[in-house]
Ligand binder design. Structure first.
Ligand SMILES: [Zn+2]
Length: 77
């Protein structure tokens, strides 16, 4: 069975579903019994979802130009 250090090294590949069946089985057995690694993988998954969500919500250059063009002119009396 994997130890905690090995699980942290395989965690990203686990989330990418790129582990072979033996690695995947060993990792799943470990996180079934280790609350620390289970929590680590859960937080890694959440972090990846947040980063992915942030990347999809970036404003395009056209969006930025539209906002800047429509800002109120503060130099008007
Ligand atoms: Zn562990």
């Amino acid at each position: 069975m994997l130890n905690c250090n090995e699980v942290t090294h395989l965690a990203s590949d686990h989330l990418d579903k790129s582990l072979n069946w033996k690695e995947s089985f060993s990792l799943r057995m470990h996180i079934a019994m280790c609350k620390h690694c289970k929590r680590f993988i859960h937080h890694l998954r959440l972090t990846r979802l947040c980063v992915h969500g942030m990347n999809n919500n970036l404003a395009s250059p056209d969006d930025v130009k539209h906002v800047l063009d429509n800002l109120p002119d503060t130099n008007k009396p």
